[in-house]
Design a protein around this ligand. Structure first.
Ligand code: IPM
Ligand code: MG
Length: 357
């Protein structure tokens, strides 16, 4: 029986709807296992800009630092997407949070629930058995290097930068994880072109000497993008830089059937942050149809990684599995065989999972 402080940070769009469901699942776990979870809430993204003028107010950051873990939703608003001149943007809140909390390792497990084999646009026989754990570096690369304009604004630049230290610490996390799985690590870079990638490869090669039990391969990002679709089962643990990881994990989400299924953990020096990999999805916001399973599975990751609550975490995953086995789907993972009465909205899907907890 443990007492923990969990900060709920729903952010924008469907982040609000799905995080509310994730929190209910945490509540049910606390009740079942006799834990006490204290909750607080904080603002980030567009809602924070509206309320305070800043995408990540100091108060939110302070609350994050003080909490034992953060359950996060999404940030973003279409009004900024078509306004390249906006100085304050929701995404800045997310990037600042990652940097300030030292969240350098983003774990994105791509696991296909068997029942969703037909929800993917990839053929079932190619998908069956796919189980990949991505380690995306999260506080470096072109995301955080110098950026700006020159030549009267007619030329723009974003600098990609990595230090040996930054590559080594994410690399180590990936090697350690590989040891607990199939002892296979694929490091993804673009070392045929980029200097940052050449440093990346050099560091991973050196680290490999410390992990002789792990089989390491180096792949270029373009061919990895191709192989993920052609033969996803050849991968186990994958480690890559920030931008490559951003792109490859959206692609890999199709292995799991939908972006709506994938959870992620961002960990590093202090408080861990757990969030769906999907965004704020303003096109479906307020309709009550968003898939809450990624937020629910993020809550499971939170319990496992930040609190060491394995049994609790596994109960959530098996509850999701049961619900899918019974044929219930949100609209994003439904297919021709789903009966109309089995298509559930956000809250009903949450309630269905709660029944198995
Ligand atoms: C993600 C998102 C973010 C990123 C955006 C919202 C800034 O796409 O978490 O993958 O690019 O990292
Ligand atoms: Mg992304």
């Amino acid at each position: 029986m443990a007492t923990k402080n969990i900060l709920i940070v729903p952010g924008d769009g469907i982040g609000q709807e799905v995080t509310a469901v994730g929190k209910k699942v945490l509540d049910a776990i606390a009740a079942k296992f006799g834990h006490t979870f204290h909750y607080d809430e904080a603002l980030i993204g567009h809602v924070a800009i509206e309320a305070t003028g800043e995408a990540l107010p100091a108060e939110s950051l302070e609350k994050m630092r003080k909490s034992d873990a953060v359950l996060f939703g999404a940030v973003g608003h279409p009004k900024y997407d078509n306004d390249p001149s906006a100085k304050v943007r929701p995404e800045q809140g997310l990037l600042k949070m990652r940097k300030e909390l030292g969240l350098y390792a983003n774990l994105r497990p791509i696991k296909l629930f068997d029942e969703l084999l037909s929800a993917s646009s990839i053929k079932p026989e190619i998908l069956r058995g796919a189980d990949i754990l991505f380690f995306r570096e999260l506080t470096g690369d072109i995301y955080f290097g110098e950026k700006g304009r020159k030549n009267d604004g007619d030329t723009a630049f974003d600098v990609a930068e990595y230090s040996r230290f930054e590559v080594e610490r994410i690399g180590r996390k990936a090697f350690e994880a590989a040891r607990t799985r199939k002892k296979k690590l694929c490091s993804v870079d673009k070392a045929n072109v980029l200097e940052t990638s050449r440093l990346w490869r050099e560091v991973i090669q050196k680290l490999a000497l410390e992990y002789p039990d792990v089989e390491v391969e180096h792949q270029f990002v373009d061919s990895t993008a191709m192989m993920l679709i052609k033969n996803p089962c050849r991968f186990d643990v994958v480690v890559t830089a920030n931008l490559f990881g951003d792109i490859l994990t959206d692609e890999a989400s199709q292995i799991a059937g939908s972006m709506g299924m994938l959870a992620s953990a961002s960990i590093g020096d202090g408080t861990g942050v757990y969030e769906p990999i999907h965004g704020s999805a303003h096109d479906i916001t307020g309709k009550g149809i968003a898939n809450p399973l990624a937020s629910i599975l993020s809550a499971a990751l939170l319990l496992d990684i930040s609190f060491g609550m394995k049994e609790e975490s596994e109960l959530i995953i098996s509850a999701v599995d049961q619900v899918l086995k019974q044929g219930f789907r949100t609209v994003d993972i439904a297919d021709a065989s789903t009966k109309p009465e089995q298509i559930l909205g956000t809250d009903a899907m949450g309630a269905a999972v709660l029944k198995f907890i």
